[in-house]
Design a protein around this ligand. Structure first.
Ligand SMILES: [Zn+2]
Ligand SMILES: [Zn+2]
Ligand SMILES: [Zn+2]
Ligand SMILES: [Zn+2]
Length: 215
């Protein structure tokens, strides 16, 4: 290997080195160090310290910041050592941690966790006024007995009849009653017979229904 004797640009000492070497090994080392390690001001406390290009904090503040970051991660439950054993928050089984953010034993439990999260979001949504009102209306449904046919039915309105048919028949009967009271010659009997027949008819139907349920 052919090496030429050169003069250091810094200290003018003679040294052996490659043609593109301008400094002796000692000066070269010092120069490299000073371009990397130099005085920097800590972003937290302002103290001047010796640090590399990425150093932002003095050693004390760097330690404090690292401790703080670790605490933050622990609060989020994120940093557990890989290979340690933790408990799945869904199924309660123990599992081995393979990544720092892992919370569940398996993809299946992870999926369940996502669904639960979505359900929670939906619950929040259901607290909105429109949804509350709609639910209040459903809750207000009451069981009633139809004034005309005597069948039970559910309603949230003030209606006392179960159907349009019963409403119309009930109205006609009441009208007839009123007419008779006012002295008109009308046959109330006819309406009462019709109602009686209809009541028997729907009662028979519901009777047949419950009989078939018993089998
Ligand atoms: Zn030198
Ligand atoms: Zn500092
Ligand atoms: Zn699990
Ligand atoms: Zn009815």
């Amino acid at each position: 290997m052919k090496r030429t004797q050169r003069v250091c640009k810094q200290c003018e000492k003679l040294f052996y080195g490659d043609p593109d070497c301008l400094l002796c090994p000692e000066c070269a080392k010092k120069a490299r160090a000073s371009s990397v390690m130099r005085d920097r001001a800590c972003i937290d406390c302002g103290t001047v310290f010796q640090g590399g290009p990425r150093a932002k904090r003095c050693p004390d503040c760097r330690r404090a910041a690292a401790a703080e970051a670790t605490k933050r991660c622990r609060r989020k439950g994120a940093m557990r050592p890989i290979g340690s054993v933790d408990i799945c928050q869904i199924c309660g089984q123990e599992y081995t941690v393979v990544s720092g953010r892992q919370k569940y034993c398996s993809e299946a439990c992870q999926r369940i966790a996502v669904l639960e999260w979505q359900r929670e979001r939906k619950k929040e949504y259901n607290k909105t006024p429109e949804m509350e009102r709609a639910r209040a209306e459903r809750r207000a449904e009451r069981k009633k007995v139809c004034a005309y046919c005597l069948r039970e039915f559910w309603t949230s309105t003030s209606s006392n009849v179960c159907s349009e048919y019963c409403r119309e028949q009930h109205r006609r009967l009441k009208q007839c009653e009123a007419d008779v009271r006012r002295g008109y010659d009308r046959s109330l009997e006819e309406y009462l017979e019709k109602r009686k027949a209809y009541r028997e008819n729907v009662k028979d139907k519901s009777g047949t229904l419950s009989d078939s349920h018993k089998d």
